[in-house]
Design a protein around this ligand. Structure first.
Ligand SMILES: *[C@@H]1O[C@H](CO)[C@@H](O)[C@H](O)[C@H]1NC(C)=O
Ligand SMILES: *[C@@H]1O[C@H](CO)[C@@H](O)[C@H](O)[C@H]1NC(C)=O
Ligand SMILES: *[C@@H]1O[C@H](CO)[C@@H](O)[C@H](O)[C@H]1NC(C)=O
Ligand SMILES: *[C@@H]1O[C@H](CO)[C@@H](O)[C@H](O)[C@H]1NC(C)=O
Ligand SMILES: CC(=O)N[C@H]1CO[C@H](CO)[C@@H](O)[C@@H]1O
Length: 482
């Protein structure tokens, strides 16, 4: 009886101390957040904050040890140390993370709230980029008329209104040599009005202009200089022209690691005074998914795509391996679309577009949209498929089941929806089934299944969804749990 009051007071003191600890840690986390707003603070290494927080925890735990059972204290300290190590080690794909301390029964729970604040930090690529690129169809046969007409067509076909906004010029736009001041020069014979005028034209259409360079001494065509060693100057040039997107290739690289060659351009773009989407194109050579999130907004995971079934399917598979690394601000890129270029059947192109959308790949059209046929336009304009690609959750869908050539691909969407693709990659007609257990739904869940290509809805589907598919054909659904 007599001991009750002092014990209560002791508990109160402990609780206050705990609250103080939580408050101070939140303050630190907040300071860290502030540093993304106040650039001067970002010069303080973020490790400092975590070390400080950890020391703080250990100190307060020692203070609390008198009244908390030592067992609990030991556990809490070990948990604290473990989480701290986790934060320090699990640092490969995020260059910064914010710690939050959550009070729980008998101790503290620490949770990490990841956010991107790094070299890049250009605020671009919250969803995968959409647009067009000249390479797949035109290669080096490009000029300013083509770019202008493509911008016109992007708007007149309605593609722009669906989200396709980047008009990206690939290789071969420049003169072989830099000018006397060392600047890149647009090729006089094909881009006589210059890039500033072209950017103005494209911007006036409500679109954005992308350009191409190379993290080497020359671009892949060897018809123009690369930007290696000229990053700052070239980034400033691009910014002065009003460029919005840079594809940065990997040729003539002197065998220097991409991990050394790409970050200088990230910094240069950040210093250029213009927000420029940075698309790394190092062909997946050094597993960029594992390091490029702080370097670029997207990174190629594969070599160049060709307008063939085998090339398309192999790019899809190579890209799939890295699914867990993609997210808002940084996307895996299995290369540009071939839809409409003539080398695959309609069903194959439908699968190509569906899988790219589900995998949150950049949707960069690679055909001549000025002359595309109705089928191509129908494929590229499927608003419901595009919505899967642009879903704000930003989780890359992946292959969840593969049985010979019978495949189920799936991924979560916002509002607890699930996107599913049934894909018959064999040469025979077949019945394919996605069971709820394959795609992360509880067996008893009943869903409305929207067929994104038929534009029809089956209501109250449960357990599984199946269909008969022609060779190479796919079915794409969005499942909405009831
Ligand atoms: C851990 O707990 C034991 C008792 O269970 C205690 O003797 C020891 O001092 C504690 N160690 C630390 C580091 O708190
Ligand atoms: C964490 O990431 C940053 C930036 O990418 C890097 O400079 C640092 O060395 C990393 N720290 C650890 C402990 O891995
Ligand atoms: C910790 O708290 C934050 C918000 O205060 C919450 O979002 C998070 O889910 C919590 N984490 C745990 C593990 O309870
Ligand atoms: C698919 O299943 C249906 C219904 O069971 C059946 O009639 C059809 O022959 C099957 N198709 C193939 C290619 O096996
Ligand atoms: C993906 C898929 O269902 N593939 C199937 C295609 O059809 C052949 C022949 O029926 C099956 O063997 C495959 O499994």
């Amino acid at each position: 009886m007599l001991g009750t009051l002092p014990r209560l007071l002791n508990k109160l003191k402990d609780t206050l101390l705990l609250l103080l600890l939580v408050a101070s840690c939140h303050l630190l986390a907040f300071c860290h957040y502030c540093s993304s707003v106040y650039p001067f603070a970002s010069s303080i290494p973020y490790q400092f904050f975590y070390t400080f927080i950890y020391v703080d925890i250990v100190y307060h735990m020692a203070v609390l040890q008198n009244s908390f059972s030592s067992m609990r204290c030991n556990l809490s300290m070990m948990a604290g140390l473990g989480l701290w190590l986790l934060v320090m080690l699990n640092n490969a794909s995020f260059s910064s993370s914010r710690l939050l301390l959550n009070e729980t029964r008998g101790g503290l729970m620490m949770s990490r709230e990841m956010h991107r604040r790094n070299l890049l930090d250009n605020g671009l690529g919250h969803t995968p980029p959409m647009g067009w690129n000249s390479w797949n169809h035109f290669a080096c046969n490009i000029n300013e008329n083509l770019i202008q007409e493509t911008a016109d067509a992007m708007v007149s076909t309605g593609l722009a209104a669906l989200g396709y906004q980047y008009i990206n010029i690939d290789d071969c736009w420049g003169e072989l040599n830099r000018d006397s001041q060392g600047n890149l020069v647009p090729k006089a014979s094909t881009f006589p009005s210059g890039m500033k005028a072209l950017a103005d034209y494209v911007h006036n259409k409500g679109l954005k202009l992308g350009i191409y360079s190379d993290a080497g001494t020359q671009t892949c065509s060897k018809t123009m200089p690369g930007s290696l060693g000229h990053e700052e100057q070239d980034a400033k040039t691009f910014a002065s022209w009003g460029i919005d997107y840079l594809k940065y290739d990997n040729c003539e690289n002197n065998n220097i690691s991409p991990k050394q060659r790409y970050p200088p351009m990230t910094k240069a773009l950040a210093n250029s005074g213009r927000a420029i989407f940075f698309s790394l194109c190092e062909w997946g050579s050094e597993d960029p998914a594992t390091w490029a999130k702080s370097v670029g907004n997207s990174w190629r995971t594969t070599g160049d795509i060709e307008d063939k079934w085998d090339s398309m399917t192999s790019r899809a598979d190579q890209n799939d391996k890295w699914a867990s690394y993609a997210g808002p601000g940084g996307w895996n890129d299995p290369d540009m679309l071939e839809v409409g270029n003539g080398g695959m059947t309609t069903e194959e192109y439908r699968a190509h577009f569906s899988i790219w959308s589900l995998a949150k790949a950049p949707l960069l059209i690679g055909c001549d949209i000025r002359t595309m046929d109705a089928t191509t336009k129908e494929l590229l304009s499927n608003k419901e498929v595009i919505e899967v690609n642009q879903d704000k959750l930003g989780v890359q869908g992946k292959k969840v089941k593969s049985n010979n050539d019978l495949e189920v691909w799936a991924g979560p969407l916002s509002n607890k929806k699930v996107a599913v693709i049934l894909w018959n990659r064999s040469s025979f007609k077949a019945n394919l089934t996605a069971s709820w257990s394959d795609i992360g739904l509880k067996p008893e869940t009943s869903v409305d299944a929207r067929d994104l290509w038929k534009h029809s809805t089956q209501s109250s589907v449960s357990g599984q969804i199946s269909d008969e598919l022609d060779p190479h054909a796919c079915k794409m659904y969005v499942l909405t749990p009831n």
